[in-house]
Design a protein. Structure first.
Length: 295
């Protein structure tokens, strides 16, 4: 069975940062497999049971998953086994979802990241890297990419506009949020306004070219959306509260919760840039939707 591929969240526990990692991991698994719509529904009373002869990895042990030409049901079983969550594979579940999220790594960033890794660690040539990417494009275009127009929230990762950096070290990240959802979208400063903001350098220490923030309304595949952007990289997450003080409707329960979560996971990949910031905001919005739906 081969269906469209991405990760959709139906109901998830209200734990922001671990949820961020779960979202990212499952979405990337879907991309790698070019596989199915994964509807994740937590059931704490009946976690996924290991199959005969299988064993869970011990804490700290590395895990390597090879999804090349994988059967989607095998992928689902693996995700369930490793996460302890139930994974439902069924095309009919799409219309039952409360909120869906798509992680959109743009082509330039994919190429930069893969080239950096494969050339440095595997001795690949630039031509080999490009050939491998091209081989995956048909499946991606057919089964994965169409899902981003269906998603409610899109985390889009692009190369920075602030510096010419083909390595993908510095990134511009967008959080694209459809309007009319269970929860209202996050924005900077003033709802409905178009904002471009370069933060005060005395209040926010940055790496490389600095940081630029934007907030504006737009359209995404014919739907009205609210977009917030961050280009560049923080140098000191202790100063993130300065950014948080101007971010509205982020789904936090108290002032400083966003900064607190970012600092708690400051060593996680992406924490200094918009990937960490906006995936954390995304997790708060999922928690907010979850709690509204429970009422």
């Amino acid at each position: 069975m081969r269906l469209s591929a991405t990760a959709f969240v139906q109901t998830l526990p209200p734990t922001p940062r671990p949820l961020r990692r779960w979202l990212t991991g499952v979405t990337l698994a879907g991309l790698a497999a070019c596989s199915a719509t994964l509807a994740l529904a937590q059931n704490t009373n009946s976690p996924a049971a290991p199959t005969a002869g299988s064993s869970l990895p011990k804490p700290g042990e590395p895990i390597t998953l090879n999804f090349t030409n994988a059967d989607i049901e095998a992928v689902a079983r693996t995700i369930g086994l490793l996460s302890g969550m139930n994974v439902i594979v069924d095309p009919r579940v799409k219309g039952m979802l409360d909120m869906s999220v798509y992680l959109d790594i743009t082509d330039d960033v994919k190429f930069a990241w893969k080239a950096n890794r494969d050339i440095a660690e595997r001795g690949a040539t630039m031509e080999e890297v490009q050939s491998q990417i091209n081989a995956r494009k048909p499946d991606f275009a057919a089964f994965v990419e169409p899902q981003k127009q269906e998603a409610d929230i899109i985390v889009q990762v692009l190369l920075s506009d602030l510096i010419d950096d083909p390595t993908g070290k510095f990134l511009k990240v967008k959080l694209i949020q459809k309007k009319g959802l269970t929860v209202e979208p996050a924005y900077f400063f003033d709802a409905g306004s178009t904002i471009e903001w370069t933060p005060n350098k005395e209040k926010l220490t940055t790496n490389g070219p600095g940081v630029k923030i934007a907030s504006y309304e737009d359209e995404w595949f014919g739907r009205a959306v609210q977009v917030i952007e961050m280009d560049g990289e923080f140098a000191d997450l202790e100063e993130l509260v300065y950014i948080e003080s101007h971010l509205c409707n982020a789904g936090t329960k108290y002032y400083g919760e966003l900064s607190e979560q970012m600092l708690a996971n400051k060593d996680a990949p992406g924490s200094p840039n918009g990937t960490g910031l906006f995936q954390t905001v995304c997790s708060f919005k999922i928690r907010e939707a979850y709690e509204k739906l429970r009422k």
